[in-house]
Design a protein around this ligand. Structure first.
Ligand code: MRU
Length: 355
């Protein structure tokens, strides 16, 4: 499946079959696994075999199709009830990234709008919608990169956190796409990759993707970020997002908030790159975001070897929230959004802007 540089895909729909690269096995092994049921999809999302906000939205959409494709009813109400139940189930796998609920609700809305169609056509429509979400993600990630690279100065050293590349999206990534497109313009001197404790998405996945793309980088432990900023080695920080609220507050991988505080203290621009669908206009501020708490063993063990006494109390939030006041700009496929985010999002989401 991986024929060399950059030719990997995190999610593949081919011959009526959903296949993903198992991200828990990277970088050691490039293993592709088939997901045949909604339960397979739920498990894969929960266990981070597929991860990254856009990627779980895409996989969840295919998962909804897998959940209902063999449903035998020909009545819309029964079919819709089954789809709704499957959507709630899939959505329960991970709470923080809005992309998952966005994709599932988008499909449910389309079903309601087309309630007069035969169930066989509705099934085809669900699959086509999942394919469209997947295709659109590739395109808008490219656009995010094209807009974002304009913010990158010549000879830039860029600090990033977690994994936001093609693995986390349909292709190109979000923050990674900004880096990738700036590199193509010859502007990137170096990328600093936070290892991203506890699950090492930076060390395991971002370095793997940077290596494939031929982009120069160094891996650093998360707590080295302050010192490398102090030494003048970071010109900007760019991260992705799992959910951005109506005022610009941004949930992203744990450690993002600390990085934003540090960037601010060192006068370094702090950018968030995310597709438009990551902006959740239903939540007014970041305090309302449901932050996923994960298994204590992710912190107290490393590769199944205890690194702390057994049975201790562990705090393991998967995400934190960067207050909007610390974000220099938000890069979307529609362009670069600057503060004041509450006002600018409202304009962006007005019917006139969407038309
Ligand atoms: O727990 P993860 O690995 O799914 O967390 C992912 C992140 O925090 C990413 O930065 C975010 O989803 C944006 S990916 C384009």
């Amino acid at each position: 499946m991986n024929n060399g540089k950059e030719l990997y895909q995190s999610i593949i729909w081919q011959n009526d079959q959903l296949t993903i690269i198992d991200q828990t096995k990277l970088p050691g092994k490039e293993e592709y696994i088939d997901l045949n049921t909604a339960e397979n999809v739920w498990e894969a999302i929960k266990q981070l075999k597929v991860r990254g906000a856009p990627a779980i939205g895409i996989t969840g959409a295919y998962g909804l199709y897998l959940a209902v494709r063999n449903n035998e009813t020909d009545r819309f109400d029964e079919f819709f009830e089954a789809a709704n139940k499957a959507a709630n189930y899939l959505n329960s796998s991970r709470p923080t990234a809005v992309n998952l609920s966005w994709a599932l609700n988008h499909i449910l809305d389309k079903l309601l709008e087309n309630s007069k169609l035969p169930v066989s056509d509705l099934k085809k429509m669900i699959l086509q919608t999942a394919i469209d979400i997947h295709d659109e993600d590739r395109q808008l990630c490219r656009q995010i990169g094209e807009h974002g690279e304009k913010l990158v100065p010549e000879g830039a050293q860029i600090l990033t956190h977690c994994n936001t590349g093609g693995l986390a999206t349909g292709q190109y990534g979000t923050a990674f796409s900004v880096i990738y497109h700036a590199h193509r313009q010859g502007k990137v001197k170096k990328v600093w990759v936070d290892e991203t404790r506890p699950l090492l998405q930076g060390a395991r996945l971002t370095t793997w993707e940077l290596q494939k793309a031929g982009i120069p980088f160094s891996l650093n432990i998360d707590s080295a970020a302050a010192f490398l900023m102090k030494q003048g080695n970071a010109d900007l920080v760019v991260i992705g997002a799992d959910r951005i609220t109506a005022n610009g507050d941004t949930a992203n991988k744990i450690g993002s908030y600390g990085l934003a505080v540090l960037a601010n203290a060192h006068n370094i621009p702090f950018y968030v790159a995310a597709p438009y669908s990551t902006i959740d206009m239903n939540l007014q501020h970041g305090g309302l975001i449901d932050i996923e708490q994960r298994d204590p063993a992710e912190v107290s063990r490393f590769m199944n070897t205890p690194t702390a006494p057994e049975g201790i109390d562990v705090y393991n939030p998967a995400f934190d929230v960067v207050p909007h006041s610390l974000i220099t700009a938000i890069i979307t496929e529609r362009g670069i959004i600057k503060p004041e985010y509450a006002r600018n999002f409202k304009e962006m989401f007005s019917p006139a802007a969407i038309e």
